[in-house]
Write a protein that binds this ligand. Structure first.
Ligand code: ADP
Length: 474
């Protein structure tokens, strides 16, 4: 069964109260007598030692009187024959060492008299007076060489009445503590659960697409952390949602334009130019290139959804980068004959990476360069073998990217406001695919860009071990 915060706190506090009350009962009620007796015994032994220390003093009798008086004990000093030397009686009839019953202590004193022991302490019950005493005896030798015995009698007061008083007090204390525990647990529970309930009800609205980030932890550290995390997630979700909407709008636009053109040219061929080979071929070329734009767009979408739905598996293998660069540049030269694409390749060594994903990275970067390059329509691709591997650069002469936009361009669905006509269709997904492919393979990549001058996208591929080139790849 799930327990609410209120229940948890209530149980904990009540448990704590119960434990405290139990301890109080144990010490104040159950062990009170034992504790009291042990303390009295220790006190008698302490006083006995003090008396023994002063036995040869001139004013010993005064000291004996003071100590006996302040500790409410009777004391007696006798010699080895039982003759009284000093006697202080503070207790009257209840005192054993000053009563005829002293005779019963012979057994107790025997070990002292025959030198077996120096000190004895015993608890003695006097049935006649219904009381209990602690009898302490210590044998000492005075400075004059006389062996004497110090006897102390302390009465153990009955603790029954004290116990009764404590008992009634404890009942009240227990009730007050239990009531306090209930009130405090209620207050703490309300204070803790209120912000949690508030957060829960707001978080439920996330499912309905309400991404307002106004979660508040009510000043409680852990709940504040939860609220901050939810605020952060809500902002992220709302941004993804915004980008998703933009994507749908962009993609529908990018799908519609080529479809309209394909339809228009197909109708034109059917109705007008079908018999004119030159015109018809020109229009068919347009249809083919528009179809290519559509295919590129749909491929991007498929790649992204595949990356999202499954963790893509990259297989690093050696391949011929020079051939891949040459093939890709040649393909773009065909698609965009009006562009000037140059390839600078001093002859790359074979590299090791996932070939298909690198092919896609190259394709995406090149199509961006073709799309965004400047009036001179020039794009240059270069490969630079170095110590860390081969650095591939795709450079254009376009409008460049403002520094504040650079971190954003790698995000999924991000597209700048610039919607100029592009030769290759784009969805705002190209660079996000580049980033996920390169970072998953831990390959360095980046962009250097100057507004008004152009951009240079780059990445580095590790060189393959000397005998590793796979000749069969393309
Ligand atoms: P798309 O090009 O389809 O919009 P991308 O993910 O490939 O999507 O690029 C995201 C954004 O990055 C582009 O919309 C554009 O603003 C910017 N960008 C990418 N490449 C370049 C480039 N070579 N020159 C200038 N801006 C670029």
């Amino acid at each position: 069964m799930k327990k609410s915060i209120a229940r948890n706190i209530r149980f904990s506090l009540l448990g704590y109260t119960l434990f405290t009350v139990l301890l109080l009962w144990l010490f104040q009620i159950i062990f009170l007598n034992t504790y009291y007796q042990a303390m009295q015994k220790a006190s008698v032994i302490r006083v006995g030692a003090q008396i023994a220390a002063h036995i040869s003093d001139d004013n010993f009798e005064d000291t004996l009187e003071q100590l006996s008086f302040s500790h409410r004990m009777c004391s007696l000093v006798i010699d080895e024959n039982g003759r009284e030397l000093y006697s202080i009686d503070m207790l009257g009839r209840g005192c054993i060492i000053h009563s005829p019953a002293r005779i019963s202590l012979v057994g107790l004193l025997a070990p002292l008299l025959n030198g077996e022991k120096d000190e004895v302490v015993e608890q003695v019950r006097q049935a006649r007076f219904h009381n209990e005493s602690i009898i302490y005896a210590k044998a000492v030798t005075t400075e004059s060489g006389q062996r004497v015995i110090i006897l102390i009698n302390a009465v153990l007061d009955p603790v029954g009445s004290t116990r009764d008083i404590l008992k009634s007090q404890l009942i009240i204390i227990s009730a007050v503590l239990a009531a306090l525990a209930l009130v405090i647990s209620r207050l703490v529970a309300v204070r803790l659960s209120r912000p949690i309930r508030r957060i829960t009800s707001k978080a439920k609205r996330l499912a309905d697409g309400v991404y307002t980030a106004d979660y508040d932890g009510g000043g409680i550290e852990e709940i504040d952390e939860l609220a901050e995390t939810l605020n952060f997630s809500a902002k992220g979700l709302s941004r993804v949602e915004e980008l998703r909407r933009e994507l749908v709008a962009n993609v529908s636009h990018d799908l519609k334009t080529p479809l309209t053109m394909i339809k228009a040219y197909a109708e034109m061929i059917r109705d007008l130019t079908g018999s004119n080979k030159a015109k018809r071929d020109g229009q068919l070329d347009i249809i083919i290139s528009e179809t290519d734009r559509l295919t590129a767009l749909v491929t991007d979408l498929i790649n992204v959804s595949r990356n999202e739905s499954e963790k893509k598996h990259y297989v690093a293998q050696p391949f011929d980068l020079s051939k891949m660069l040459a093939d890709t540049v040649a393909r773009f030269s065909q698609i965009c004959p009006e562009h000037r694409l140059t390839l600078t390749d001093p002859g790359c060594p074979a590299v090791t990476a996932d070939r298909d994903s690198i092919g896609q990275v190259l394709y995406n970067l090149l199509s961006n360069a073709v799309n965004y390059t400047g009036e001179d329509k020039s794009v240059s691709v270069s490969a630079c073998p170095g110590q860390d591997g081969v650095r591939v650069e795709i450079r254009d002469t376009g409008c460049g990217i403002p520094p504040e936009e650079i971190p954003l361009i790698w995000e999924r669905y991000y597209r700048s406001g610039n919607t100029h006509q592009r030769p290759v269709a784009g969805s705002g997904l190209g660079l996000s695919i580049v980033r996920s492919a390169l970072s998953a393979q831990e390959l360095p990549f980046g962009v250097e860009s100057a507004v008004g001058e152009g951009s240079c996208f780059w990445f580095v591929l590790p060189a393959a071990p000397p005998d590793g080139a796979d000749e069969g790849n393309a």
